[in-house]
Write a protein that binds this ligand. Structure first.
Ligand SMILES: NC(=O)c1ccc[n+]([C@@H]2O[C@H](COP(=O)([O-])OP(=O)(O)OC[C@H]3O[C@@H](n4cnc5c(N)ncnc54)[C@H](OP(=O)(O)O)[C@@H]3O)[C@@H](O)[C@H]2O)c1
Length: 345
């Protein structure tokens, strides 16, 4: 295939990761298949993108199940999908030119063909391409929207965030500090991650493997009476601990429940939900997709925080599309600090 505008040879086939079978419990490498497939011809309004990097995210675990959820299940024997960033190498749209770098939702493959309108152009003078999958992308917006809108954060609040060394959690804690939190507490799964959270400016952090979450969280509160905002990335025992230690009128943003994503049994916690009545708590689940209107405000603020080093972001980088399934499984096991990304080439 030759591009009519540039005269350049375009790829006719590309590698992709397909869903080979659906996991029961933890995903295994056999659930994924590396395959070569044809790159479709461009229709009017479409672009061809050579992907530079793709995102692996916990929500993809839910899409591997054949179950009704907020996002459709991945189809068996088809390429999986998800966030990716890449360079436009052919365009049949006035909206995007060859050479533009765009973010889109057809990851897990080397080449993506999609409507130009389903892509967002990014500016690599602001940050490297992978940042638009994390701090300046979907996970950063999740943190900002969840904290400021869903949990109605106010300066002076005491904030607890679980999954704090991950992509969303590390942003939540740092944004809370930047916006004037009285105390920010984070939890994570290793002593190295706990030390890293303190380096990032968290006031206290604990390893949730070190004991009962409620005891660890009570110690981390120090002089604070209780928690005003809990940003929940994990559910289960840590949600139960937070409910026990919330202040009256506290707000809980229910972002994720990763402690349950690979579980084949019903969760044993929280057992204290009724405490939300007496404390007059708000527990509010949310999806980042419903808060896209905050994207311009978020982008301006996060751009400023990154430029002034008020917020720092970490990435755990895996190289090669063929290693994307392992990167995804490792993410679920906590191998990442900050955003887990797969870089091609
Ligand atoms: N609602 C939305 O729109 C939305 C959007 C994006 C993400 N999310 C959710 O936000 C959460 C964080 O996502 P992310 O992309 O930032 O991933 P992430 O935190 O970068 O990576 C997942 C982390 O989860 C932790 N984890 C794994 N098993 C755990 C368990 N049993 N208990 C506690 N922590 C466990 C691991 O860290 P440790 O080493 O600390 O265990 C791992 O690094 C997920 O629940 C995700 O589904 C929701």
């Amino acid at each position: 295939m030759t591009d009519m505008t540039t005269g350049k040879e375009l790829p006719t086939t590309g590698r992709e990761i397909q869903l080979a079978s659906r996991p029961h419990g933890w995903p295994v490498p056999e659930n994924f298949r590396l395959a070569e497939s044809a790159v479709p011809e461009l229709a009017d309004g479409e672009i061809l993108v050579r992907n530079l990097a793709m995102s692996v995210d916990p929500y993809m675990r839910g899409r591997m199940n054949d179950a009704k959820s907020y996002s459709a299940p991945f189809a068996l024997d088809k390429a999986m999908e998800g966030g990716a960033v890449g360079e436009v190498i052919a365009s049949r749209s006035d909206e995007r030119a060859v050479g533009d770098v765009v973010v889109h939702a057809l990851g897990w493959r080397e080449y993506s063909v999609l409507p130009a309108a389903a892509s967002t152009k990014v500016d690599l003078s602001l940050a490297p391409a992978t940042a638009f999958l994390g701090a300046l992308g979907m996970t950063g917006l999740t943190a900002y929207a969840g904290l400021t809108r869903v949990a109605a954060f106010k300066p002076g609040d005491t904030v607890f965030v679980s999954g704090a060394a991950g992509a969303v959690g590390s942003m939540v804690g740092q944004i809370a500090k930047a916006l004037g939190a009285a105390r920010v507490i984070g939890s994570a799964g290793s002593p190295e991650k706990v030390a890293h959270l303190l380096e990032l400016g968290f006031d206290a952090a604990f390893n949730y493997h070190d004991g009962r979450a409620v005891d660890l969280l009570r110690d981390a509160l120090g002089e604070s009476a209780g928690i005003d905002v809990y940003f929940d990335n994990v559910g289960g025992e840590q949600l139960e601990a937070a409910i026990s230690l919330m202040n009256p009128f506290g707000r809980i943003a229910m972002c994720g429940a990763i402690s349950q994503y690979n579980s084949t049994e019903a969760p044993s916690a929280p057992r204290n939900l009724a405490a939300a009545i007496g404390k007059q708590l708000t527990l509010r689940g949310f999806l980042v997709g419903a808060h896209q209107d905050l994207a311009p405000e978020f982008f301006t603020k996060m751009g400023g925080w990154l430029a002034s080093n008020t917020v720092r972001f970490d990435e755990t980088v895996v190289h090669g599309l063929e290693n994307a399934p392992a990167a995804f499984i490792d993410l679920l096991r906590g191998a990442n600090t900050g955003k887990m990304v797969v870089v091609f080439g």
